[in-house]
Ligand binder design. Structure first.
Ligand SMILES: Cc1cc2nc3c(=O)[nH]c(=O)nc-3n(C[C@H](O)[C@H](O)[C@H](O)COP(=O)(O)OP(=O)(O)OC[C@H]3O[C@@H](n4cnc5c(N)ncnc54)[C@H](O)[C@@H]3O)c2cc1C
Ligand SMILES: *[C@@H]1O[C@H](CO)[C@@H](O)[C@H](O)[C@H]1NC(C)=O
Ligand SMILES: *[C@@H]1O[C@H](CO)[C@@H](O)[C@H](O)[C@H]1NC(C)=O
Ligand SMILES: *[C@@H]1O[C@H](CO)[C@@H](O)[C@H](O)[C@H]1NC(C)=O
Ligand SMILES: *[C@@H]1O[C@H](CO)[C@@H](O)[C@H](O)[C@H]1NC(C)=O
Ligand SMILES: *[C@@H]1O[C@H](CO)[C@@H](O)[C@H](O)[C@H]1NC(C)=O
Ligand SMILES: *[C@@H]1O[C@H](CO)[C@@H](O)[C@H](O)[C@H]1NC(C)=O
Length: 283
C-alpha cells in the first residue's frame, strides 16, 4: 500500500518535471525567436543587443525599477516583462514594433513611468517594455518661441532647459518634475498655468511618431486626425511618440507663489478683491 502511494507520487513528480521542462523549452524557443527577430530588423551599425535586458542580465531589475513610480507595482508578485529594450536609435523602436506584431508579444511603452496603474510596465499577458528614457533631448528656439522635446524627457528637464535660455518663457504642464513628456503630453497635461494658457496639448504644434508599420511621421504626414488623437487620447493606442514640438508661452520674469487659507466666513472674497487683477486670475 505504502509503496504504491510512493510510486504514484514519484510518477506525478516526473510528469510535473517533464511538463515544466517542455514548457520552459517552448518558452525559451519563442523568446529566442523574438530576440532573433529584433536582431534581424535593426541596423548592424546600431546593435540592438547592447540595449536588451532579459531577466538573465544583472542590470535587469535596476533598469526595470528605475521608472516604476508607483511602488504598489514594485513587488515580487507584479508581472515582469520578458525583456526591456532601452532604445537608443530609431531602428530599435521600429524593430520593437515590427517584432511585437510578428510574435504577438505585447509592447508596453514607458517614458516617465508615472502611470497611476502601471500601464507602461505591467500587464496580465506576456509583454516587454520599450523604455524611452534615452530619448530625452530638448531643443529650444527662443527666437521662434518653440521647442522640440523628446518623449523620454521629464517635465522638470523641460522647465529647466527653457529657464536656462529665457526667464520670460515657460510651458504650461504638470507640477511634478519627474512626470514624463511621453505620457503627460499624450494625455492632456494640466498645471499651474492652466487658467491662462490651457492644457499642455493646447500648446503642442507638431509631433513625431512611429506608427504600427514602423513609419516615422510628423504632423503633416500623419494627418490632423492622428495628431489630434496623440495630443490627448493617449499615445500608446496609436504608436510610439518620439517627440512633441511645443509653443513656449510668455511668463513674468518674477513669479510669486503663495498660499492663503481662508473660509468665506473669514472674508475670503474681500481678500480676493483686494488683490491686483493679475493675481486674482491665479486665485
Ligand atoms: C506623482 C505624480 C504627479 C502627477 N502630476 C500631474 C500634474 O500635475 N498634472 C497632470 O496633468 N498629470 C499629473 N500626473 C499624471 C501624469 O501626467 C500621467 O500619469 C502621465 O501619463 C505620466 O506620463 P509618464 O510618461 O510619466 O508615464 P508612463 O507611465 O511612462 O506612460 C503613461 C502612459 O502613456 C504611454 N506612453 C508613454 N510614453 C509614450 C510614448 N512615447 N508614446 C506612446 N505612448 C506612451 C504609456 O504606455 C502609458 O500608457 C501625475 C502623476 C504622478 C504619479
Ligand atoms: C535557451 O536555449 C538555448 C539552446 O536551445 C540555450 O543555449 C540557452 O541558454 C537557453 N536560454 C535560457 C534563458 O534558458
Ligand atoms: C544581456 O545579456 C546578454 C547575454 O549575456 C548579452 O548578450 C547582452 O549584451 C546583455 N545586455 C546588456 C544591455 O548588457
Ligand atoms: C523596489 O523593490 C526593490 C526590491 O525589493 C528594492 O530594492 C527597491 O529599493 C524598491 N524601489 C523603491 C524605489 O523603493
Ligand atoms: C525659426 O523659424 C525659422 C522660420 O521657420 C527657421 O528658418 C529657423 O531655422 C528657426 N530657428 C530655429 C532655431 O529653429
Ligand atoms: C535636437 O538636436 C540634436 C542635434 O541636432 C538632434 O540630434 C536631436 O534629435 C534634436 N532633438 C529633437 C527633439 O528634435
Ligand atoms: C470681515 O469684514 C468685515 C467688514 O469689512 C469686518 O467687519 C470683519 O471684522 C471682517 N472679519 C474678519 C474675520 O476679518
Amino acid at each position: 500500500m505504502k509503496s504504491s502511494r510512493f510510486f504514484a507520487i514519484l510518477i506525478s513528480f516526473f510528469l510535473t518535471l517533464l511538463l515544466s521542462v517542455s514548457w520552459a523549452t517552448a518558452k525559451n524557443s519563442s523568446h529566442e525567436a523574438f530576440l532573433e527577430c529584433l536582431e534581424s530588423h535593426s541596423e548592424t551599425s546600431n546593435p540592438i543587443s547592447a540595449v536588451l535586458y532579459t531577466p538573465a542580465n544583472s542590470s535587469y531589475s535596476a533598469v526595470l525599477q528605475s521608472y516604476i513610480r508607483n511602488l504598489r507595482f514594485n513587488e515580487s508578485v507584479t508581472p515582469k516583462p520578458q525583456l526591456i529594450l532601452t532604445a537608443l536609435h530609431l531602428s530599435h523602436i521600429q524593430a520593437a514594433i515590427i517584432c511585437a506584431k510578428i510574435h504577438g508579444l505585447q509592447m508596453k511603452i514607458r517614458s516617465g513611468g508615472h502611470d497611476y496603474e502601471g500601464a507602461s510596465y505591467v500587464s496580465d499577458v506576456p509583454f516587454f517594455i520599450l523604455d524611452m528614457f534615452n530619448f530625452r533631448s530638448i531643443n529650444i528656439s527662443i527666437e521662434n518661441e518653440t521647442a522640440w522635446v523628446q518623449a523620454g524627457a521629464t517635465l522638470g528637464e523641460v522647465y529647466y532647459r527653457i529657464a536656462e535660455k529665457s526667464n520670460v518663457h515657460g510651458f504650461p504642464a504638470g507640477v511634478c518634475p519627474t512626470v514624463g513628456v511621453g505620457g503627460h503630453f499624450g494625455g492632456g497635461g494640466y498645471g499651474n498655468m492652466m487658467r491662462k494658457y490651457g492644457l499642455s496639448v493646447d500648446n503642442i504644434i507638431d509631433a513625431q511618431i512611429i506608427d504600427v508599420y514602423g513609419r516615422i511621421l510628423d504632423r503633416a504626414s500623419m494627418g490632423e486626425d492622428l495628431f489630434w488623437a496623440i495630443t490627448g487620447g493617449g499615445g500608446s493606442s496609436f504608436g510610439v511618440v518620439l517627440a512633441y514640438k511645443i509653443k513656449l508661452v510668455r511668463v513674468p520674469s518674477t513669479v510669486t507663489v503663495f498660499r492663503v487659507a481662508r473660509t468665506y466666513e473669514e472674508n475670503l472674497t474681500n481678500i480676493v478683491y483686494s488683490l491686483p487683477a493679475s493675481c486674482r486670475q491665479v486665485a
